[in-house]
Write a protein that binds this ligand. Sequence first.
Ligand SMILES: [Fe+2]
Length: 195
Amino acid sequence: MSTEGVNTTSTEAYSSKPQRKIPNSRFPLLVHRDAVPGGGAEAIKKRFRENGWSNNWDYPGVYDYAHFHSTTHECLGCANGWMEFHVSVGKGGWTRIKICTGDVIVMPAGVSHQMVGQSDDIHMCGGYPDGRDWDDIQEAFLSDEDYKLACKRIMMLPIPARDPATGHPMPEWHAAPSSVDGGWNEWRTRLDARS
Ligand SMILES: [Fe+2]
């Protein structure tokens, strides 16, 4: 039986909370499995751009040190091979996520990520909503003041218009608990506390 036209994408969602000097996000990290069947850098970048996630790159992997972004959310698509992320989400604060050809990750600003394993033929694509540019923050080198400023930038970022993989209007992010319901009040208040 032909599976042509059948949408085999399934989505995993991982929540997070601020930890140490990693802001994390009230929006879940999303993993869309087999979002671009067969992968391929051109097909993935085309999908990202169609959905408004541009400033694209493709490269054999991603940074192999822990970092997060404060100026933009990020999407990462696996064009070829497989790779494993260490990500600051999920129960216990950290999760390993393996992605394969065709999978797409939607990485909220503030979530720490690092490549910890990959196949020899790994090839990844990136994209940013409205073509924003990214910064590259490493917790180990982050002062208290710069942490606060990074959190403030993250809080200002809008929810992107469309999901980079599905094109849907970010239903999982709009459905995320509000900062009140999600227990972010104390964290937010502390950012502005006089020390
Ligand atoms: Fe990144």
